[in-house]
Design a protein around this ligand. Structure first.
Ligand code: SF4
Length: 77
C-alpha cells in the first residue's frame, strides 16, 4: 500500500465506543482519555499515513475520519 499524505485526523467522539484497536494499531496517534474515548495525540504526524489509515480501518464503528492533503475525506468513504 502506498503511504497516503494525511492532513487531518478526526475522532467522532459521539460515535467512539472506546473499543481501542486504534490505540493498538497507532499508539502515537490515538489514546483513550478519562472518558474512555479516543483522542488524536499531537504526535499523530509522527505516524506513517498508512498506519493512521489502518487504525481508522480497525475502528469497528468508523469513528475515525482521515483527510488527505487536499482536504478530501479518504476514510471512511
Ligand atoms: S477504535 Fe474507534 S471506537 Fe475504538 S477507541 Fe478508537 S475511535 Fe473509539
Amino acid at each position: 500500500m502506498s503511504d497516503p499524505r494525511i492532513s487531518k485526523v478526526v475522532v467522532l467522539r459521539d460515535v467512539c465506543i472506546g473499543a481501542a484497536p486504534c490505540t493498538v494499531v497507532a499508539p502515537d496517534a490515538f489514546e483513550l482519555d478519562s472518558e474512555g474515548k479516543a483522542v488524536v495525540k499531537d504526535s499523530w504526524k509522527n505516524t506513517a499515513g498508512k498506519t493512521v489509515l489502518e487504525a481508522a480501518q480497525s475502528c469497528p464503528v468508523n469513528a475515525i475520519e482521515v483527510y488527505d492533503e487536499a482536504g478530501t475525506k479518504i476514510y471512511p468513504k
